[in-house]
Ligand binder design. Sequence first.
Ligand code: NDP
Length: 399
Amino acid sequence: MKILCVLYDDPKGGMPKSYPVSSLPKLDKYPDGMKLPTPSTIDFKPGELLGCVSGELGLRKFLESKGHKLVVTSDKDAKGCKADKELTDADVVISQPFWPYYLTKERIKSAKNLKMAITAGIGSDHVDLQAALDNKVDVVEVTYCNSRSVAEHIVMMILSLVRDYHNQHSIVNEGGWNIADAVRRSYDVEGMHVGTVAAGRIGLDALRKMKPFDVHLHYFDRHKLPETVEKELNLTFHDSVESLVKVCDVVTINCPLHPETENLFDEKLINKMKKGAYIVNTARGKICNREAIAKALKSGQLSGYAGDVWFPQPAPNDHIWRTMPNHGMTPHTSGTSLSAQARYAAGVREILECFFEKKPIRDQYLIVKDGQLAGMGAHSYSKGSATGGSEEAAKYKKK
Ligand code: NDP
């Protein structure tokens, strides 16, 4: 079989010769008891770069020893790109949300042999799910592999926005010491109202991680959490996103991107937020309206916006979120720490081993199966597509 793997570029200076930390902590299981990935073995050292082209998700030896062909590229967007050429006879395509190969309807149609699209990570919105359903292409992701990595990033971003870390750090880099400039937008989070849109694996973990800061915690989700969890964290449930945003100083967005959530944070909703609130969005860029966010930061309706997710990805060099005031954006990195890469590379191998051996893939990993939303997909996604406009990613020019 032919496996096409679309990964991000290697470091500019080549693959690292060494890494800062000598070994990763050993985790036994995820907090709800779900098992970490269980491939028969792995051919990489956890803690090394695996998500870039030369890292190959640690798959080459395994695939070639079984007689399969592995093609790895980062060239994924412009017309005539290598990924499009290789896709036409690929059986499996693997892509990461950090460097998404947008599997649009046209691309899925061009891929006559395609049986499965694997997301090395979580979030399969870069696949036109409707086209996958219609063309019976299975879609799977490595559920939980980086949920907690993202929750850590959320806490970092909430603190750095509210305390105004980025401004203070740049004052130091510029050789300055004006304390008044450094603190004129700096607050404590203690006592603030912090709410999540969606309390799934990431949203709930972010609430748990924020609890020790003595904040008031809120959530909105389509399903309520168990009462024991609500009591443990002293949570306030909201039955609509409007109700949540009206009372929160900080809103973190943690739902998947699908037609129901695309453009959810538009100008109208942002104007219903508390004046001067902060948004941290590590879910997907398209859940927030690009222009409305920039406008609200300029007017002061929002005090800050941070996240690691953009639309499209890579973000065009002139994407307004790169230059809007009071932002704390990073490239899409929260779910691809070296720690997370080890888990999702192992998860991809587990999925491929099941696929080749015709064994069932864990239900938790399924988004689309045999032309139906299945497993996690049936729980968290709706039919349709959220890939519209992704061709703009070709505008990005490497720096
Ligand atoms: P989960 O599936 O555990 O949680 C998703 C939650 O979103 C579920 O509780 C679901 O609710 C809820 N939800 C779905 N649709 C809506 C809606 N319309 N309104 C409110 N809630 C909704 O996934 P994770 O927490 O692990 O991941 C969430 C998302 O975060 C991913 O889909 C991905 O987009 C993003 N992500 C980002 C990463 C990064 O690197 N920045 C890495 C990993 C994930 P219910 O089940 O109750 O219907």
